[in-house]
Design a protein around this ligand. Structure first.
Ligand code: HEM
Length: 453
């Protein structure tokens, strides 16, 4: 191992890019949007309920206050449609899958898939999830090593999601599928002028041809699996039998993307935060050592446990899904903002999770801020729409319970075997690349613990 590991004496402040200063020129704002869209959020966004601005002819509104977010995502969800901004980056990949669709078609599809994502169905996957992490970690051996946490968990999580989506037939093709998807995301994740200026989806993006080739490969591989006759295997694909092939492919691609990216990112950033706070890490390890994952609560009751609070705090500081975009269907007022039909609304977990009017010491890693009375988990805590890593309202993440279980099992298996330390020389920079990534990776030291423990 070349890079020296670090055990901090006291918890270290997790890094973030500074907000765009109030007096920044439009050119400075554009340059930040091109480099790292996270750094283009203006200072005012971390303080105000809404912030409105113009990008060329498009009017855009950040919606930041939790009560207004609740209006957009839940109470008045019908006033808004999914945004053309999302279509620009993800359209060729997910087509009309759940993440992109609306109306009756979306409702029917969501109801059809929902049973596979309910807590009881998810709990049945405990052994399978555990086995995937065993396989991964068995390959790491007992030598202390530095590994890029932003990369090492992705293929394993991808394999799990591939099996859930398309059964064993899809899981066995997971290496090829993964490679094609990563190529697409890498190209589309780099912001270009068209993204920064919020141009419509039909304006070509830099690297579009290569991205289209990668997505063509991905969809052809999925088609192969979809068109191969199979017995019912409890996968999403079995539920979609009889539907048109192209829409089944949309759904498979949606799940592969939505399921693996964000979940692997959450595992990586949680381990990173625990490397900065060894006391918090020891406490998670102790709790998970005597732990039956299937019996572990998810959602609000999970906050009665330390691990639940750690994961919640990690998803607050480093939400994998950085923005939810909606286009308004009508002229109306939201808080102090006048919103015209066609305007774009941006709901940013990144900003709202660090909003100064909502959180005390928002940049600190303090899992204890989520302490809840186990007997009355609903009693204390911030507004429900202040913590929105999984969105909210009718389009709330379908895979939240599954993601939660995968993260907990990953933490348990990693922390059982390793003490995780940060790398003294590493500069960690969160960047927006469709989802949250670390610009130069997320190197962590994994130091084996005694076998008997
Ligand atoms: C930590 C992990 C995850 C995070 C942070 C996350 C985040 C989100 C967010 C914010 C949305 C709402 C998007 C919007 O309103 O525009 C969403 C939707 C969705 N997520 Fe997740 N997700 C995660 C894991 C998963 C997993 C594991 C799956 C499935 C295997 C999944 C499948 C979906 C689907 C299908 C939707 C669309 C739901 C709809 O519109 O009805 N996600 N996710």
């Amino acid at each position: 191992m070349t890079a020296p590991c670090r055990l901090p004496d006291a918890p270290i402040m997790p890094p973030r890019p500074a907000a765009l200063p109030a007096d920044a020129s439009p050119l400075a704002a554009l340059s930040r949007a091109l480099d790292n869209p996270l750094a283009a959020a203006p200072e005012a966004a971390f303080q105000e309920a809404t912030v409105s601005f113009r990008v060329l002819v498009r009017r855009v509104h950040y919606v930041l206050a939790p009560n207004l977010i609740e209006q957009v995502l839940r109470n008045r969800a019908g006033h808004y449609g999914k945004s053309r901004l999302q279509e620009r980056l993800l359209g060729p990949l997910i087509g009309n899958g759940l993440l992109a669709s609306e109306g009756e078609g979306w409702r029917k599809r969501r109801l059809l898939l929902a049973p596979l994502f309910r807590p009881a169905a998810v709990a049945e996957r405990t052994a399978e999830i555990t086995a995937v992490f065993h396989d991964l970690l068995d390959g790491w051996g007992r030598e202390a090593a530095v590994r890029d946490a932003d990369k090492v968990f992705r293929p394993a999580v991808f394999r799990l999601i591939a099996r859930l989506a398309g059964g064993e037939a899809m899981a066995t093709r997971s290496a090829e599928l993964y490679e094609a998807l990563e190529t697409y995301l890498e190209i589309m994740g780099k912001p270009d002028l068209g993204d920064a200026l919020m141009l419509p989806p039909w304006v070509p993006k830099r690297g579009m041809l290569r991205a289209r080739r990668a997505v063509g490969r991905l969809r052809a591989l999925i088609r192969d699996v979809v068109e191969t006759p199979r017995a019912a295997d409890g996968s999403v694909l079995s539920l979609l039998r009889g539907e048109e092939t192209s829409s089944v492919i949309d759904e498979m691609a949606t799940l592969l993307f939505a399921g693996h990216e964000a979940t692997a990112s959450a595992i990586a950033w949680t381990l990173y935060l625990l490397s900065l706070d060894q006391a918090a890490q020891a406490r998670v390890r102790a709790e998970l050592n005597s732990y039956d994952p299937a019996a572990f609560p998810s959602g609000a009751p999970a906050l009665a446990t330390w691990t639940g609070r750690v994961i919640t705090e990690s998803l607050r500081l480093y939400p994998p899904s950085l923005v939810m975009a909606r286009d308004s269907r009508l002229d109306h007022t939201l808080g102090d903002a006048h919103i015209a039909k066609g305007d774009t609304l941006l709901i940013s977990p990144w900003v709202t999770h660090r909003h100064l009017a909502v959180w005390q010491e928002p940049d600190r890693f303090r899992p204890a801020r989520f302490w809840r009375n186990p007997l009355h988990p609903e009693e204390i805590g911030p507004h429900r729409f202040a913590h929105i890593p999984f969105g909210g309202g009718p389009h709330v993440c379908l895979g939240a319970v599954l993601a939660d279980l995968i993260i907990r099992i990953a933490l348990r298996e990693v922390l059982r075997r390793y003490r995780v330390e940060s790398v003294a020389s590493a500069v960690i920079s969160p960047v927006a690349r469709i989802t949250l990534r670390a610009d130069s990776g997320l190197p962590l030291c994994f130091r084996a613990r005694p076998r008997s423990v």
